[in-house]
Design a protein around this ligand. Sequence first.
Ligand SMILES: *[C@@H]1O[C@H](CO)[C@@H](O)[C@H](O)[C@H]1NC(C)=O
Ligand SMILES: *[C@@H]1O[C@H](CO)[C@@H](O)[C@H](O)[C@H]1NC(C)=O
Ligand SMILES: *[C@@H]1O[C@H](CO)[C@@H](O)[C@H](O)[C@H]1NC(C)=O
Ligand SMILES: *[C@@H]1O[C@H](CO)[C@@H](O)[C@H](O)[C@H]1NC(C)=O
Length: 362
Amino acid sequence: MVGLLPLTLVLFSWGPFVNAGSVNYGNPCSVGNQKLEFGTYQFQTDCDSTTFCNSSGLCDHKGCRKDEYPFGYPKNSDFPPRCDSGLFCPDEEDQCLPVLAVGSACQFDRDDECEGPPNFKDLADKTGYGLNVNGSVCLNNVCMWANATLGNTCVVENTAYTVYSSSNESIDIVSRDNCSPGLYCDSQHMVCMQMKNLGDSCDADKECSTFNCLASGVCGKSADSPEHVAFWVYIIVGVCIFGGMLATLIGMYCFHRGHRQAEREKRLQYWREQNAFRQNIMQMQETARHSIMSLPGGGPNSPRSTLYNRDGTQSEDSQIPMLNPQSKSSALRHQLSDDGFDDGSQESIMIQRVDRKDSNRF
Ligand SMILES: *[C@@H]1O[C@H](CO)[C@@H](O)[C@H](O)[C@H]1NC(C)=O
Ligand SMILES: *[C@@H]1O[C@H](CO)[C@@H](O)[C@H](O)[C@H]1NC(C)=O
Ligand SMILES: *[C@@H]1O[C@H](CO)[C@@H](O)[C@H](O)[C@H]1NC(C)=O
Ligand SMILES: *[C@@H]1O[C@H](CO)[C@@H](O)[C@H](O)[C@H]1NC(C)=O
């Protein structure tokens, strides 16, 4: 299906020719060689992209530019100015000229050369598809206003563009008319018709308000419309994000649980060993004490005896359970209670600490 795209939508990937001629400033040129290139309708001249062919037949510096970003100028060079409101820069770009009245001759596809209608605010194209400029339109090289109303006769200009792609060359027909906004010019009856809504049957892009007639023959949504996502998709994505975070946390907890268990087991084992070691030392102390006391001159008044019997709790109560350290209990707390420290244990622990310090002297 041949798309009837508005002109501004047509993109030229690359053409066989470049923009301008090759004659430099001051060299001879012929005004008669100026033309629009077939297929692309690009303005062609003998002069290079920074000069125009003046009335003396010599390439002269351009006096204005029609594009904001002109093609072919060296980097950081000064561009000629753009024209003020009420003026236009013609294809030749020689100088700014006043806008043309309705019925005047204008250059191809240069709606901006034509004077706007009094009600230009109502007629100006608001679709962004380049249907007119400020309510005026240049059709078949005549300035008009885009003011034809529903059911009234209209003017059409069909242009076949050659569209180049990397390995292909095809034709794209652009149909322009002078119908008011929201209407299109039917090519058979030459009257303005209402633009069609999404889902209506169509034959060309210009018939659809979205400017996209699908291959299936119905108006589709605009080719540049952004993709909107339903609200439930946001919810699902949000739930998935938080679910993923939670699953990661739980997974890491489970993954490291075995490791934590092993570490705890190791510490417990270490504690048991130390405890058993301490028991041995205390037994040695006990043995030593008994042997000192049994020595002549040793006895209850010796300095060591007072140290170990300071408050009388350093007795068999805390000693006896220590003799049986290899309890099968797995938890640290259980081990403590098994050892019989649950009541009055603070005191006995303090004394045992003193013992341990003192045991270093042995
Ligand atoms: C045409 O351009 C040349 C410079 O290339 C300049 O000397 C000459 O005066 C110009 N002629 C007119 C009529 O402007
Ligand atoms: C549109 O056309 C009107 C009438 O000719 C003119 O006064 C106005 O400046 C134009 N606006 C623009 C943006 O060109
Ligand atoms: C519509 O525009 C044409 C020029 O294209 C003009 O002659 C005519 O007066 C305009 N009609 C109205 C109603 O503005
Ligand atoms: C060339 O363009 C035509 C018409 O648009 C199309 O049918 C064809 O598939 C294209 N070929 C390639 C190789 O792109």
